[in-house]
Ligand binder design. Structure first.
Ligand SMILES: [Zn+2]
Ligand SMILES: [Zn+2]
Length: 83
């Protein structure tokens, strides 16, 4: 379950532990270890590029469980409104 928690919203490529992203400051690290923040210059990356399809997606959309949680919360809110 947990290893499918993060994947590309466009092609479902899963980042590996050793996957690295490069910041404009020249630092390379696994962006999912820090939630998209460069540990060197503290730049917050709003988008993350896929290593497979090379498309940029909003960082939050990579977290499958977060999507599910937000969807569930929206659904429960909709139910409350409808009642
Ligand atoms: Zn940086
Ligand atoms: Zn992709």
């Amino acid at each position: 379950m947990s290893d499918k928690a993060i994947c590309c919203p466009k092609c479902e490529w899963e980042p590996k532990k050793r996957s690295k992203w490069y910041c404009t400051c020249g630092y390379s690290w696994n962006t999912f270890d820090t939630g998209g923040t460069c540990p060197s210059c503290k730049k917050q990356w709003q988008t993350t590029q896929c290593h497979d399809c090379h498309q940029f997606s909003p960082h939050l959309e990579w977290y499958k469980h977060l999507d599910t949680k937000i969807r569930e919360e929206l659904l429960s809110l909709t139910k409350l409104i409808l009642q």
